[in-house]
Design a protein around this ligand. Structure first.
Ligand SMILES: Cc1cc2nc3c(=O)[nH]c(=O)nc-3n(C[C@H](O)[C@H](O)[C@H](O)COP(=O)(O)OP(=O)(O)OC[C@H]3O[C@@H](n4cnc5c(N)ncnc54)[C@H](O)[C@@H]3O)c2cc1C
Ligand code: FES
Length: 376
């Protein structure tokens, strides 16, 4: 009862009062009592209040939240780390962000077999409850190119959906030239099916590929798995496009091979991965090239206009550790090759360890040639 009244008050305040004002008042009245009475607003943390849960597809739910006054929005394609406590243990997982009407934000979560957090969210998270989150992050965002191809499979559709949702809200003259190819198991598995249909009717070129052949013809769908032949057939100018790719590891590896075979430059393939690679950090370390072969080698961080020269003391250090040891500020998160926060693009040279196409996960990758150039 009390919770419901407090949630209604918070909702009213955040819907009617500018967040800067809320922030000002809250930060000047941050007493123990206020924190106890209303921890959603009287806090320095990002808190989200769950307002709505939607069944998106079998085993997939969309959770719509009201963020507290600290939230300053996000760039479509970014994700946010979410914290949940299960049986007294705190867990952190990242989820791609969706923009919803009236300043709300959403995440779309696929239930993973044996998955701790995805199952907890599906089974335990109910409207009226709050989540602690971190500010949005991630480099899987549109970098301004004019011709794009989005390739998305399964729950990997979420960042692409957020990007397209943003573009479709722009006047048609301001939208990039976007083509979308989706891969799902079957028609009921399509995440965001209603939106894709609406956007297709509004002129967006969307092709839905289904790996399980439908028994009846599916409007605007094709019945075969997304592969090089489908790409060639549906995207005649694929080599001219920047590709944004997200999906299961096998799908992404296959797409990278197919795209490169079709003439797409690896540096124009932008990726987002939801799981750490099967190879663990220790295996990646074992692949590090001995420093005796690399002493004096140069690693350039072109986006920061800075470089480092390797010394004997650098043996076994990841690219992230090499940079941090010299005070170069690079973004990082999990340090385990999963979250993608540290990811940069390989422009020249070779690296070993955790890579995906031209994407290098600095926290679990090592220099492997005498000159390595990395950039945004
Ligand atoms: C940048 C980023 C964005 C993400 N965005 C989304 C999103 O929008 N929607 C979403 O549903 N998930 C997303 N994820 C994945 C999410 O963070 C969790 O990894 C996922 O929900 C599983 O967590 P869990 O605790 O349920 O599983 P865990 O308990 O961590 O793992 C249980 C088992 O499931 C396997 N597993 C874990 N994740 C996956 C996966 N994605 N595919 C296949 N097997 C898996 C593990 O290998 C393990 O065997 C994202 C991840 C990253 C790094
Ligand atoms: S992938 Fe998470 S910090 Fe490198």
């Amino acid at each position: 009862m009390l919770d419901r009244a407090r949630n209604a008050l918070n909702r009213w305040v955040l819907d009617h009062v500018p967040t800067d004002w809320v922030d000002y008042v809250v930060s000047n009245t941050m007493t123990e009592f206020n924190r106890w009475a209303n921890g959603f607003m009287w806090t320095y943390e990002h808190q989200w209040l769950l307002e709505q849960v939607r069944e998106e597809a079998p085993g997939v739910k969309t959770f719509v939240f009201l963020p507290n006054q600290h939230w300053r929005g996000f760039t479509p394609g970014q994700h946010a780390p979410v914290h949940v406590t299960i049986d007294g243990q705190r867990h952190q997982r990242s989820y791609s962000l969706g923009r919803q009407p009236r300043g709300r934000v959403s995440i779309t979560v696929k239930r993973q077999a044996q998955g701790k957090v995805s199952n907890w969210l599906h089974d335990e998270m109910k409207p009226g409850q709050c989540l602690t989150v971190e500010p949005p992050r991630g480099r899987f965002v549109h970098q301004g190119q004019s011709k794009l191809l989005l390739l998305c499979a399964g729950s990997g559709v979420t960042p692409g959906h957020a990007m397209v949702s943003h573009w479709m809200g722009l006047p048609s003259g301001e939208r990039p030239d976007v083509q979308v190819m989706l891969q799902f198991h079957s028609q009921p598995d399509v995440i965001g099916a209603k939106d894709w249909r609406t956007w297709r009717q509004a002129g967006l070129r969307v092709t839905t590929c289904l790996s399980q052949a439908p028994s009846e013809p599916v409007p605007d769908g094709v019945s075969t798995r997304l592969d090089a032949a489908q790409l060639r057939q549906h995207v005649s100018d694929v080599a001219e496009r920047d590709v944004y790719l997200c999906g299961p590891e096998g799908f992404m590896q296959q797409m990278i091979n197919d795209l490169q075979a079709l003439g797409v430059d690896a540096r124009r393939i932008h990726t987002e991965r939801f799981t750490a690679p099967t190879q663990c950090a220790a295996q990646a370390a074992a692949q590090a090239v001995p420093l005796s072969d690399l002493e004096g080698a140069e690693v350039v961080f072109s986006h920061l206009n800075t470089s480092i020269a390797l010394t004997q003391a650098d043996q076994g250090k990841t690219l992230l550790q090499l940079a941090q040891a010299r005070g170069i500020a690079l973004e990082s998160g999990c340090q385990q090759g999963a979250c993608g926060t540290c990811k940069l693009t390989l422009h020249e040279g070779a690296v070993s360890g955790n890579t995906l196409g031209s994407a290098v996960y600095l926290c679990t990758a090592y220099p492997a040639s005498r000159a390595v150039v990395l950039g945004a």
